[in-house]
Design a protein around this ligand. Structure first.
Ligand SMILES: Cc1cc2nc3c(=O)[nH]c(=O)nc-3n(C[C@H](O)[C@H](O)[C@H](O)COP(=O)(O)OP(=O)(O)OC[C@H]3O[C@@H](n4cnc5c(N)ncnc54)[C@H](O)[C@@H]3O)c2cc1C
Length: 392
């Protein structure tokens, strides 16, 4: 446990560092896809402030505060990280960088990667130089992820990969993909999968954006046609990729669940509803009661996430409990946005305009409870593996 005095000194240090280094333009708390830097070779900074903020934060290791300094992190303790995040929230700072490298692959590499892999990939992730996408789902393998059919044939010094992935978020913008590939077909399905890192620029990798009804294309189909993947690009052991995949999913689910703890910038739901919908609907007693219930549940979710983070810190791991956090966080986020829609009446239907994009935000929360494993599947994991209930 760190002493109060040392944390106090750390807070003062972070406060003055942020004051000096976080550009004013990055202090509006925006966390939308267009506001946050995703990094990677194809990234175009939306402003000089965004570029400066990434450069300064990564030079100080603060894009990945908990990672060891040798891998581009700041080596902060959990208590220090909390102080840093509180100080960020105090000035309403945007995160300097967001990426699947930070929230998904990085933790998996720290657990399963070789020292060479970690030295090679992690600092590039921390500096926002590589953008990763996630090659898990396939047309016949979503909830039943272990059914992946993309196959890797052993060719001595490399695997020859053929197959297709689907719903690969931002594959068309990514530099590399972490993918589940079947490398042994003659064993039970969980036991023949390897976790491979593949350069999206390699010959034989192509992507095709999937256009949504809104016109946007956040996902792609990703195809592998005789792609040569060097043997050094496996994470963990051959045919034991399921262990890596599951570990990564606990981090993905925990990351998705944090959306349930509140509106961005720590804004109170009631205040947002009053501001958006005006006084009359904010006075509606039923809506007010529902908003209070939602805020209390958000507080409880936030505290529960903190409790599990403390357990993980003590070496107990979050494991299957991440299914509970994911379920709670995403269902709560849906409730919150439904309340905002109810409060705003017909104004809420505006898709993208001066009063905002509430309908788009509300619809996005529905995707939240599908990505990273659906709510139904989370409930099954809870029933079987956490509560120990018998299967049907
Ligand atoms: C916004 C978004 C981003 C995504 N990004 C990525 C990405 O970057 N990379 C990637 O690999 N994938 C990605 N996905 C895919 C996502 O992981 C899958 O959609 C998800 O795992 C569900 O699989 P599925 O779509 O095949 O649905 P299915 O598995 O076909 O499920 C359909 C319905 O049946 C239910 N169901 C299925 N099995 C059971 C069961 N045993 N018990 C009860 N109900 C069940 C499900 O809950 C669901 O309601 C993304 C999805 C979304 C929505």
């Amino acid at each position: 446990m760190q002493g109060e005095d040392s944390l106090k000194a750390f807070r003062a240090e972070m406060r003055s560092w942020l004051e000096e280094n976080c550009p004013q333009q990055m202090r509006d708390g925006r966390i939308t896809d267009d506001a946050i830097c995703w990094g990677g070779k194809n990234w175009t900074f939306s402003s000089e402030s965004q570029r400066l903020w990434l450069e300064r934060a990564s030079a100080r290791g603060l894009t990945v505060p908990r990672w060891p300094t040798e891998y581009g992190g700041a080596g902060l303790s959990r208590a220090e990280e909390k102080v840093f995040l509180e100080e960020m929230e105090r000035i309403n700072a945007r995160p300097p960088l967001k990426s699947f490298g930070i929230s998904m692959l990085g933790p998996a590499l720290l657990q399963f990667g070789t020292p060479e892999q970690n030295r090679h990939y992690l600092p590039q992730i921390a500096r926002g130089e590589i953008r990763w996408c996630q090659g898990y789902s396939e047309p016949g393998a979503g909830s039943d992820l272990a059914s992946v059919q993309t196959r890797g044939e052993d060719k001595g010094d490399h695997w020859l990969v053929n197959g297709q992935k689907i719903w690969t978020s931002y594959a068309d913008k990514a530099d590399w993909i972490f993918a589940l590939v079947r490398t042994d077909r003659d064993v039970p399905k969980h036991k023949g999968i390897s976790f491979l890192l593949i350069d999206m620029g390699d010959p034989g990798v192509t992507t095709r954006p999937i256009r949504l009804i809104s016109g946007a294309s956040p996902f792609c189909e990703t195809f592998f046609d005789n792609v040569k993947v060097p043997k050094g690009q496996i994470v963990g052991e051959e045919n034991r990729g399921w262990d890596v995949a599951k570990y990564l999913l606990t981090h993905e689910r925990e990351m998705i669940s944090s959306g349930g703890t509140g509106l961005s910038g720590g804004r109170a739901l009631g205040a947002v509803m009053a501001q958006m919908a005006g006084e009359p609907s904010a006075q509606d007693p039923t809506l007010r009661a529902a908003a209070i219930r939602c805020e209390v549940d958000a507080l409880a979710t936030g505290l529960t996430i903190e409790r599990y983070k403390d357990m993980a810190e003590a070496g107990k791991g979050v494991g299957n409990a991440s299914a509970m956090l994911k379920y709670m966080g995403t269902e709560l986020n849906k409730r919150r946005h439904e309340l905002i829609m109810s409060a705003c009446g017909s104004d809420a239907l505006e898709w993208d305009g001066p009063v905002g994009n509430r309908a788009a935000d509300w619809l996005r929360t529905k995707a939240n409870s599908i990505e990273g494993g659906t709510s139904e599947v989370m409930l099954t994991i809870l029933a079987r593996r956490v509560l120990g209930l018998p299967g049907s």
